[in-house]
Design a protein around this ligand. Structure first.
Ligand SMILES: Nc1ncnc2c1ncn2[C@@H]1O[C@H](COP(=O)(O)OP(=O)(O)OP(=O)(O)O)[C@@H](O)[C@H]1O
Length: 258
């Protein structure tokens, strides 16, 4: 099987810091790929490099086997890659429905240019309601409620639902459970599995080992700017993973090519 999203030999330097050092990356159709690594290992930079937020100094990115060069996250979005960042990038004062769209608003038909036509609020509200209920997020009662009035878990839920609604090919989640309590984290993990069951592959970056081990099909372990190895959660323990991450233990040579 060909990877849906692939990075080869990615390099990114910030002055004297090498954030990505000839890094490879593979995401296969339908899988949840965990990405773990110590602080500063280069996980966020990797994700930014494959989603248009950072232009690598060298290396190549392929989507569906075709070489791509994203000029911006919007460009990547247009190609079906949605990213939910740690800082949620939502407008707290706006409603859930408005936040679902953000730059992709539906407008009423007409002869005028896009920006002069009225927003199609009923259509937007229906779309938002449908997407949230598809993902079992209808504990949210009112689609016109401001996002700032939602709990952390509900907010994260809206962000994931938004990504699932538009991310036709790949969804990237950066620390989706970091700020959440036990119950809310659980809901978000269920949501991630729901999205996977719809056939959309997910990249999950997280420092939370139990969460990664629970939902990931494979785990990309990042160390010093590159992919050290890829493991399957059933084959290794969390303490093995931490030992690989920190350099306390080296993986077997055959794992390096995984
Ligand atoms: N915009 C930037 N300017 C300068 N240096 C940067 C920038 N972004 C990242 N770096 C550096 O690149 C390295 C990798 O950072 P990155 O954020 O990718 O790591 P990470 O694995 O995601 O870390 P964490 O788990 O702490 O979020 C770090 O040394 C960081 O200081």
């Amino acid at each position: 099987m060909e990877p849906i999203l692939k990075g080869r030999n990615l390099v990114k330097r910030y002055g004297k810091v090498t954030a990505l050092d000839h890094c490879d990356f593979d995401l296969y159709p339908g899988e949840i790929l965990g990405v773990i690594g110590d602080n500063g290992a280069g996980k966020s930079t990797l994700i930014k490099a494959v989603s248009g937020a950072v232009t690598p100094d060298a290396g190549e990115v392929f989507l569906d086997g075709k070489k791509v060069k994203f000029a911006s996250p919007l460009d990547a979005r247009g190609a079906g890659i949605e990213t939910v960042y740690q800082t949620l990038a939502m407008s707290p004062a706006l409603s859930i429905a408005d936040n679902m769209f953000m730059g992709r608003e539906l407008r009423k038909p007409g002869v005028m240019g896009k920006w002069f036509r009225k927003l199609d609020r009923p259509a937007m509200e229906k779309f938002a309601r449908d997407k949230l209920s598809e993902l079992g997020l209808m504990t949210i009662q009112n689609i016109n409620q401001a996002v700032e009035t939602l709990s952390g878990g509900q907010r994260q839920g809206v962000a994931v639902a938004r990504a699932a609604a538009f991310g036709s090919k790949v969804i990237i989640l950066d620390e989706p459970t970091a700020a959440l309590g036990v119950k809310e984290s659980r809901r978000v993990l269920e949501l991630i599995l729901d999205v996977k069951s719809r056939g959309i592959p997910i990249i999950l970056i997280s420092h939370n080992m139990p969460h990664v081990f629970e939902v990931a099909d494979r785990i990309h372990i990042h160390r010093l700017g590159k992919r050290l190895c890829v493991i399957k959660p059933g084959d290794y323990s969390m303490s093995d993973a931490v030992a690989f991450m920190t350099g306390a233990k080296e993986p077997d040579p055959e794992m390096l090519a995984a």
